[in-house]
Design a protein around this ligand. Structure first.
Ligand code: F6P
Length: 359
């Protein structure tokens, strides 16, 4: 048996722990493992495919990033190919990928990635590749699993930042608006905001009205709390408006969401007269060591992926449905959009404690 592993999309803390668990579990069964470098680039002749042994995965469980490297602009179905005039066209290179996988004797693939990678995995499955997926993203926006690995680490990084921002906000009587990642989902903002005791939390699932945000800040002022912390998800948008977009994306890459903190900070300062600063936490949320929770979850996913291959569960994704790891069909996962539920207990408790959602 020869399997291959690929990591796709944005990096997330815990990727290496998945790779380690999968490689050790596979090698201990007597299987061979190949690592496809940089998403699927290794299978398109654009990068390497290497053997992964017990040696290759020694001492990596606690490391962020991925030893296989990754990309969020390498779909084999829409591969960006540079033209002589410098422009890019998207080319379907999936047949080439299938042929290269066949020539390398790959019997099955583990694809570790978020929604984009799951969609690619589904398409490759439809072409006959035997794939099992592992859900990865700091955004936690993959359906079918209670959580993805990487999310807990990102939330903890955001909480630490909020704790530190309290110092300056309180000392200077300022408002600080901190933007966190999450694309169109508000899980990082919600969890970090509640655990970090933010005063206002803005998420894409609850469009905001900046006047309501200012009301909360002014009410705190009147109560003698002259500072406020606003945590905003990068995909949050005003009622009747749209989420902000950051500069141009690279060819083959999705729209880059973000920049909302600066917009909101300017509006707050203008409306309340309070000195307001903004901060984008950015890729700090994706870096560093995975938390113990993420390391264990990633390890469980890696081991479960090998069991799923042994059971020939093609087209399935390993998932956490506490207390167990199960498998769910990738097409079912893709059919469902996982977002913050405004009636979820975390939102209700936050509201009951006086946290404003700007609505
Ligand atoms: O999906 C993970 C994520 O970190 C999102 O939260 C964010 O919008 C996006 O990736 C950023 O991607 P990039 O690394 O391309 O800037």
């Amino acid at each position: 048996m020869r399997i291959a592993i690929s990591t796709g999309g944005g990096d997330a803390p815990g990727l290496n722990a998945v790779i380690r668990a999968a490689v050790l579990s596979a090698v201990n069964r007597g299987w061979e493992v190949l690592g496809v470098k940089r998403g699927y680039a290794g299978l398109l002749g654009e990068d390497e495919v290497v053997f992964l042994t017990k040696e290759s995965v020694r001492g990596i469980a606690h490391l962020g990033g991925t030893i296989l490297r990754t990309t969020n602009r390498g779909s084999p179905f829409k591969y960006p190919v540079k033209q002589p005039d410098g422009s890019f066209v998207e080319v379907d290179r999936s047949d080439e990928l299938m042929e290269n996988a066949r020539q390398l004797g790959i019997d099955a693939m583990i694809s570790i990635g978020g929604d984009g990678s799951l969609a690619i995995a589904k398409q490759l499955c439809d072409k006959g590749m035997k794939i099992v997926s592992v859900p990865k993203t700091i955004d936690n926006d993959v359906a079918g699993t209670i959580t993805t690995f990487g999310f807990d680490t990102a939330v903890n990084t955001a909480i630490e930042a909020i704790d530190k921002l309290h110092t300056t906000a309180e000392s200077h009587d300022r408002v600080i608006v901190m933007e966190v990642m999450g694309r169109d989902a508000g899980f990082i903002a919600l969890h970090a905001g509640v655990a970090g005791t933010a005063d206002v939390i803005l998420v894409p699932e609850i469009p905001y009205d900046v006047a309501k945000v200012c009301e909360k800040i002014q009410a705190r002022d009147r109560a003698g709390r002259h500072f406020s912390i606003v945590v905003v998800a990068e995909g949050a948008f005003p009622r009747g408006g749209e989420s902000s977009t950051l500069g141009p994306s690279m060819p083959g890459q999705a729209r880059r969401v973000g920049g909302v903190a600066e917009v909101i900070a300017a509006e707050i300062q203008q409306r309340t007269g309070k000195e307001t600063r903004s901060l984008v936490l950015g890729h700090l949320q994706r870096g560093g060591m995975p938390t113990g929770y993420d390391r264990l979850l990633a390890t469980r996913f890696g081991g479960a992926a090998i069991r799923a291959i042994a059971e020939e569960k093609w087209g399935e994704m390993v998932a956490l449905q506490s207390p167990h790891i199960v498998t769910v069909r990738i097409e079912d996962v893709l059919a469902e959009e996982k977002r913050v539920e405004p009636s979820h207990d975390v939102v209700l408790t936050a509201r009951a404690m006086g946290i404003s959602f700007g609505d």
